[in-house]
Write a protein that binds this ligand. Structure first.
Ligand SMILES: Nc1ncnc2c1ncn2[C@@H]1O[C@H](COP(=O)(O)OP(=O)(O)O)[C@@H](O)[C@H]1O
Ligand SMILES: [Mg+2]
Length: 253
């Protein structure tokens, strides 16, 4: 699928996103009035108390789930109302996802795990898949463990492999939902250094973390509370520009 990608439009644009979960006739309003734009090359961090909707928002951004209301534009393409096949295509090419619990497949080698997303792509043969997966492993310094199985690696190494798997398909954005949540502080720091390096090299990142040390790696911090965005410097900047423009207009009229 070819997506239109006008470079001037934001990579991600969420408008009035809401999400309601229905379980046993109980409605949970997990997200309300979410307006968020992410530009190419940004490193956005989302923080907020447990249960405020961070993972729900990440699942929608990652096209693992759909919103109950609102619009989601990714790379200039409205993806909120796509059919399942198109969604899977876009997800596979545009999104890299890293979970708190690594989610590597236990009976596949490290190399096979990293190559896996490429098997759903057309026009990439086995040798090329292998080469690209090896390149990704080399870039995170784990190429020498390529024939090992996930259980033979430390948690920190497994999470770095998960980052390599998320990146092997060269997605437009890397989404990481508490990627350091299951790691000791030293391994967590190594994963954060890896993400920071990716950002410096030009990748677009969106990270959920409740650790302020890690949030400081981000170029923009967004806070959520009770299903809503309560503080976003990106929005504040837009408001400031609008305010300046309107006071300029009144000064010259
Ligand atoms: N699949 C689901 N079914 C029902 N309720 C859910 C589901 N996923 C999340 N929720 C509810 O939505 C709210 C937000 O959850 P979540 O996004 O996981 O928060 P966070 O990641 O910030 O801790 C919570 O009240 C949670 O219980
Ligand atoms: Mg969560």
């Amino acid at each position: 699928m070819n997506s239109v990608s006008p470079q001037h439009s934001p990579l991600i644009r969420l408008r009035d996103i809401g999400k309601i979960f229905l379980t046993d006739e109980i409605e949970t309003h997990a997200l309300a009035d979410i307006n968020l734009e992410i530009q190419r090359g940004e490193f956005v961090c989302i923080s907020g108390p447990s249960g405020c909707g961070k993972s729900t928002l990440m699942s929608i951004l990652g096209m693992l789930d759909t919103a109950s209301s609102g619009q989601y534009e990714l790379n200039g393409l409205e993806v909120g109302h796509m059919g399942e096949r198109d969604r899977a295509d876009v997800r596979n090419t545009e999104i890299g996802f890293v979970f708190q619990s690594f989610n590597l497949i236990g009976d596949m080698t490290i190399l096979e795990n990293v190559a896996l997303p490429l098997t759903f792509r057309e026009n990439i043969n086995k040798a090329e898949r292998r080469e690209r997966a090896m390149d990704a492993l080399t870039s995170i310094g784990i190429a020498h463990r390529s024939k090992h199985y996930p259980a033979q690696l430390s948690g920190g190494q497994q999470q770095r492999v998960a980052v390599a798997r998320a990146l092997v398909g060269k997605p437009s954005i890397l989404l990481a939902d508490e990627p350091t949540g299951n790691l000791d502080s030293k391994s967590g720091e190594a994963v954060m250094q890896l993400l920071d390096g990716l950002h410096r090299a030009g990748s677009t990142l969106c990270l959920v973390t409740h650790d302020p040390r890690y949030a400081d790696f981000a170029s923009r911090k967004v806070y959520m509370f009770d299903g809503r965005i309560v503080d976003d410097p990106g929005l504040q900047e837009v408001a400031r520009i609008r305010e300046r423009a309107s006071s300029f207009k009144s000064a010259i009229s």
